[in-house]
Design a protein around this ligand. Structure first.
Ligand code: HEM
Length: 155
């Protein structure tokens, strides 16, 4: 069967083609808009500068704390600073790859209990407040760290 250029079937095919092209464009545009309007948790925490401040404040807090300082008495400060920053960066979807030991390996044998863990979380919250991290971003980070507790305490 031969169709003339304006046969209804050809028009239909062109219409369907245009419809799908428009749909594709709309979908890709909305994907762009939603990813552009949604900063990563890393960005919400202030990016590299924000995490540096949080870790620095946390280290100060630990250094001044009677309950948990003893755990860190023999730790290498520069290694801890670098690796904790890297870890928080990866956990918050930042552009880093954590290169330290697993949470389980590093904390096993320290005999950390639940109260110690909760206390470090309090010191972290205080550090995030001092570093002006927004509360919503703080809560998101804490929610991502919480499941790690099973690898950190009672080990
Ligand atoms: C969500 C909570 C925690 C996270 C994300 C975390 C993360 C880390 C990271 C990334 C390191 C560096 C790993 C490495 O050196 O390869 C580290 C080291 C360490 N962590 Fe934790 N930690 C947490 C909780 C705790 C708690 C509750 C304590 C003790 C009360 C603790 C005590 C230590 C100590 C003492 C070191 C240094 C070990 C060393 O260098 O010999 N951590 N932690």
């Amino acid at each position: 069967m031969i169709f003339s250029p304006n046969s209804p079937l050809q028009l239909d095919a062109r219409f369907v083609c245009q419809f799908f092209l428009a749909l594709l464009l709309t979908l890709s545009l909305s994907a762009c808009v939603s990813s552009a309007s949604k900063p990563s948790l890393y960005q919400q925490l202030g990016g590299e500068q924000g995490l540096d401040r949080i870790v620095e404040e946390l280290i100060q807090n630990i250094g001044n704390d009677k309950k948990v300082f003893h755990f860190f008495a023999d730790a290498k400060l520069s290694r801890f600073r670098t690796l904790l920053t890297e870890h928080l960066c990866e956990v918050s979807d930042g552009p880093c790859k954590y290169s330290g030991d697993s949470m389980e390996d590093i904390h096993t044998g320290m005999h950390i209990d639940e109260a110690d863990f909760n206390h470090i979380v309090e010191l972290l919250i205080d550090a995030m407040n001092k570093a002006d991290a927004p509360v919503t971003a703080q809560n998101k980070l804490l929610a991502r760290l919480a499941p790690m507790r099973k690898d950190i305490y009672r080990r």
